[in-house]
Ligand binder design. Structure first.
Ligand code: FAD
Ligand code: FES
Length: 336
């Protein structure tokens, strides 16, 4: 057993030198951020850590860079505890917990898109709009171990239940299980909250782009602003890209918000519209380019928030960069 001293000894844990520091800490209920599930690709598990460790691999070097390595930062998923160590973990991360929930309701809200409403069995979830949780998927169909996948909170904080919206990926290990195997009444473990996604601060006009289930974090974000009256303070356009009409969801919620707030505009865009569709059509990047292009050069003072697949987020970033929207004026959440 080795001692892990957290934050100059504010807390100490006795851990076994498991497969990785990430796993050793998780076994003790300390959940570091991770999107890649410990496969050393997301960089989320970086922490300042001191002790005897193996030399960084080329992948770890590429993710962290010389600067951060020199400051004592390592990826918790790629170091093994083999001595007593010191680690700095932000208080907010130390507060992350595993919670047991029960599926209170489940419904198909669009093609291959399932909303799960979850009620806490032990304690409730505190989170900020824009954050996500990790669902623990139990071993099934030949898998010997559980694993975790990230899903954004899709309902505002403070309610009796929380919602997530899951797109069924063909052959996707977690999403197929969440669609086909998980039933109302079943229990499920969640870890969280994680993430820093949200809207850029200030009152500059804001353009938000969501692709598919990338709309999920915008539910708590705009429902909270709707309830607090903050939507009177800035011009907002929310572009929601989907393939076809059967892939749309959330129209009722966001159109209701748009009716209440004249400065909030909701714009669904279909790639493959049917004959009756009267809304915008094409790619979200085209809709975005026309919105910022119509600003008469003002777009460089605007802010933006993007959420969806990594490809969509990157393509939108390129459009925004051409109009001077970047740096602190831009927030993004990639469903990598
Ligand atoms: C911060 C964050 C928030 C997220 N929020 C959401 C959310 O709110 N809603 C949501 O739906 N998703 C969200 N995601 C994505 C989610 O975490 C999962 O990545 C997604 O559900 C796919 O997981 P999976 O286990 O089903 O697929 P995996 O098994 O991990 O497969 C990944 C991809 O490979 C494809 N694939 C797998 N096997 C095969 C095969 N044999 N042949 C061809 N293709 C294959 C799958 O179709 C899938 O697209 C989020 C991700 C992040 C990082
Ligand atoms: S958990 Fe993703 S890099 Fe460590």
């Amino acid at each position: 057993m080795f001692t892990v001293r957290i934050n100059e000894g504010a807390r100490s844990l006795e851990v076994e030198g498991g497969p990785s520091l990430l796993a050793s800490l998780a076994a003790k209920g300390v959940w570091l951020p991770s999107i890649c599930g410990g496969t050393t690709s997301c960089g989320e598990c970086a922490n300042v850590v001191h002790g005897k460790f193996e030399n960084p691999s080329s992948v770890e070097k590429a993710i962290l860079g010389e600067d951060r390595l020199a400051r004592g930062m390592r990826l918790a998923c790629s170091v093994t505890v083999a001595s007593d160590i010191d680690i700095h973990i932000p208080d907010e991360v130390l507060a992350i917990k595993m919670r047991r929930v029960r599926v209170a309701a489940a419904r198909e809200i669009a093609r291959d898109t399932r909303e799960l409403r979850l009620e806490a069995i032990d304690g409730d979830f505190t989170f900020r709009p824009g954050q996500y949780l990790r669902v623990v998927i139990p071993p099934h169909e030949g898998l010997t171990e559980s694993f975790q996948r990230a899903y954004s909170f899709a309902s505002p904080p403070g309610g009796p239940t929380i919602s997530i919206i899951v797109r069924r990926s063909p052959s996707g290990l977690a999403s197929v299980w969440l669609h086909d195997r998980l039933a109302v009444g079943d229990a499920l473990d969640l870890v969280g909250p994680f993430g820093t996604f949200g809207l850029p601060e200030g009152s500059a006009p804001l353009v938000c782009v969501a692709g598919g289930t990338g709309l999920a974090p915008f539910f708590p974000i705009f429902m909270t602003m709707d309830a607090s009256g903050n939507l009177s303070e800035r011009d907002v356009v929310l572009v929601f890209g989907a393939k076809a009409r059967e892939d749309l969801f959330g129209l009722g919620e966001f159109e209701a918000i748009a009716r209440r707030w004249s400065r909030f505009r909701f714009m669904p865009v279909l790639q493959e519209p049917d004959d009756e569709w009267r809304g915008a059509q094409g790619l979200v990047t085209e809709a975005l380019a026309s919105i910022v292009g119509d600003s008469g050069g003002e777009a460089k003072t605007w802010s933006a928030a993007l959420c969806g697949s990594p490809g969509m987020v990157k393509a939108c970033e390129r459009v925004l960069a051409r109009h001077g929207i970047q740096g602190d004026a831009l927030r993004r959440d990639s469903f990598a």
